[in-house]
Design a protein around this ligand. Structure first.
Ligand SMILES: NC(=O)c1ccc[n+]([C@@H]2O[C@H](COP(=O)([O-])OP(=O)(O)OC[C@H]3O[C@@H](n4cnc5c(N)ncnc54)[C@H](O)[C@@H]3O)[C@@H](O)[C@H]2O)c1
Ligand SMILES: N[C@H](C(=O)O)[C@H](O)COP(=O)(O)O
Length: 339
C-alpha cells in the first residue's frame, strides 16, 4: 500500500507569472491526475483572481495548518499564510517579488520543519528576487541553505518522461564553466545523484552517463584537455567506488534515442547542455527536482512566462508532473524509513 504523506507545501512563484494560475489549474484537475494533496502558501485572493482569469471559478479556503489543508483539499484549494497581493499578470513589480520571497520562505520552512510532506516551488524570476534581497543564484541554493545542506551537495536534476539530466555547473556565465569543473565537484555531485536515484527513485545501481565538456570529448586533447585531465579520472574514481558511471561521452550524440537507452541519468557540464535536451523532449512534463536534501523539493521545469500569464495559455503539465514526482519521491523515502 502507498505510504500516506502530509500535504505538499506549494509556493506561488512570481505572482505576475504563470505560477498562481497553474496552482489553481492543478487543483481543478486534482482528480483527473490523481494528485497528492497540496496547500498553497499565501495569496488566497490572488489565487482566486488567477483562477478566474483562466475561466476557473474554484473555491479557495484559508487554513491554519497542513493537517487542516488535508481535510479541506477535496472541496477547496487550501491556502496557508495570511499575506496576499493584487493579481497583475505579466506586470512583475517589487511588491510581487516580496510576496514571492515570502511564499518561498514560508513554504520551505513548512517542509524543513516536517509539517509538509514535500515542497513544490512556483517559478520565480531570479533577477526580480535579487532586487528584494534574495542572495542566491536560484531556489535550489535557497532551499539547500534552509535545509542545512552545502550547495555542492544539493543537486539540480531535470526529469521528464524521456530523460533525466543534471547540470554540474548551473547559473553561471558560460565563460566561467571550464574553471569550475573539478574532479571534486564531479565526485560530490555524482555520489549524491547515485544515492538519490536509489533512495528516492527506487533505481538499484543507476547508470550515470557523464557528458564531455568539449566537442568529441576533446578529440584526444585537440579540442581541449579537460575531458582527459579532469572528467575521465573522476569517472574512474566513481567506478572504483562501485558507482555505475560511464564517459566522458561526446554530448552531441548522447541524447538520441539509442544514447538515452544506455543511461538512467546524464550528468552534463553546464546548464544548457543539460536543460536543452530535456526541454526539447519533455518541456510540458519536465520537473526540476533537488537531490541530496533532507526534504523533497520539486518545481516545474519552466519559468515565469510573463508574456502569457493570465491568458489561459500556460500548460499545466509540468506543474502536475512536479506535484506527482515530489509525492512519489516522498513516499519512496517514507517506505524505506518504515522498512
Ligand atoms: N522553476 C523556476 O523557478 C524557473 C525555471 C526556469 C526559468 N525561470 C525564470 O523564469 C524567467 C523567464 O525565463 P525564460 O523566458 O527563459 O523561460 P520560460 O520558461 O519562462 O519561458 C520560455 C518559453 O516557454 C513558454 N512557456 C513557459 N512556461 C510555459 C507553460 N507552462 N505553458 C506554455 N508555454 C510556456 C514561454 O511563454 C516562453 O515562450 C527567468 O527570470 C528565469 O529566471 C524560473
Ligand atoms: N535552470 C532551472 C530551469 O530552467 O528549470 C531554473 O532556472 C530553476 O532553478 P531553481 O530551481 O534553482 O530556481
Amino acid at each position: 500500500m502507498a505510504q500516506a504523506i502530509l500535504p505538499l507545501a506549494v509556493s506561488l512563484g512570481d505572482p505576475a507569472g504563470v505560477g498562481p494560475e497553474l496552482i489553481a489549474a492543478a487543483w481543478f484537475a486534482r482528480r483527473v491526475h490523481a494528485l497528492p494533496a497540496f496547500c498553497a502558501v499565501g495569496g488566497a485572493g490572488l489565487l482566486a483572481s488567477a483562477a478566474r482569469a483562466r475561466g476557473l471559478d474554484i473555491p479557495v479556503e484559508r487554513v491554519g495548518s497542513m493537517e487542516e489543508a488535508a481535510l479541506v483539499y477535496d472541496r477547496a484549494l487550501p491556502v496557508i499564510g495570511d499575506f496576499d497581493g493584487e493579481y497583475r499578470p505579466g506586470a512583475p513589480d517589487r511588491e510581487g517579488a516580496v510576496l514571492a520571497l515570502e511564499s518561498l520562505t514560508q513554504a520551505t520552512a513548512l517542509a524543513v520543519s516536517g509539517q509538509a510532506g514535500a515542497l513544490m516551488t512556483g517559478p520565480i524570476a531570479k533577477s526580480r528576487l535579487a532586487e528584494v534581497g534574495f542572495d542566491y543564484p536560484g531556489q535550489t541554493e535557497f532551499v539547500a541553505a534552509a535545509a542545512g545542506v552545502e550547495t555542492e551537495d544539493a543537486v539540480m536534476m531535470l526529469a521528464g518522461p524521456n530523460l533525466r539530466t543534471v547540470p554540474l555547473t548551473v547559473h553561471v556565465a558560460l565563460s566561467a564553466v571550464p574553471g569550475l569543473i573539478t574532479q571534486d565537484l564531479i565526485l560530490r555531485r555524482a555520489r549524491v545523484v547515485a544515492r538519490a536515484l536509489e533512495r528516492d527513485f527506487g533505481l538499484a545501481h543507476p547508470r550515470i552517463a557523464i557528458a564531455a565538456l568539449n566537442p568529441h570529448a576533446g578529440e584526444d586533447g585537440r579540442f581541449g584537455d579537460e575531458d582527459q585531465r579532469i572528467v575521465a579520472p573522476a569517472i574512474e574514481q566513481l567506478c572504483a567506488e562501485g558507482i555505475n558511471a560511464s564517459g566522458p561521452h561526446a554530448a552531441d550524440g548522447l541524447f538520441a534515442a539509442r544514447g538515452r537507452a544506455g543511461f538512467d541519468v546524464a550528468i552534463c557540464m553546464y546548464h544548457d547542455q543539460a536543460l536543452i535536451p530535456l526541454k526539447a523532449l519533455d518541456f510540458d512534463h519536465g520537473v526540476n527536482i533537488t537531490l541530496g536534501l533532507p526534504i523533497i523539493r520539486s518545481s516545474p521545469d519552466h519559468g515565469t512566462a510573463f508574456p502569457i500569464a493570465g491568458k489561459g495559455q500556460a500548460n499545466v503539465g509540468a506543474t502536475v508532473s512536479a506535484l506527482r514526482l515530489a509525492a512519489d519521491c516522498a513516499r519512496s523515502r517514507a517506505a524505506l524509513l518504515a522498512a
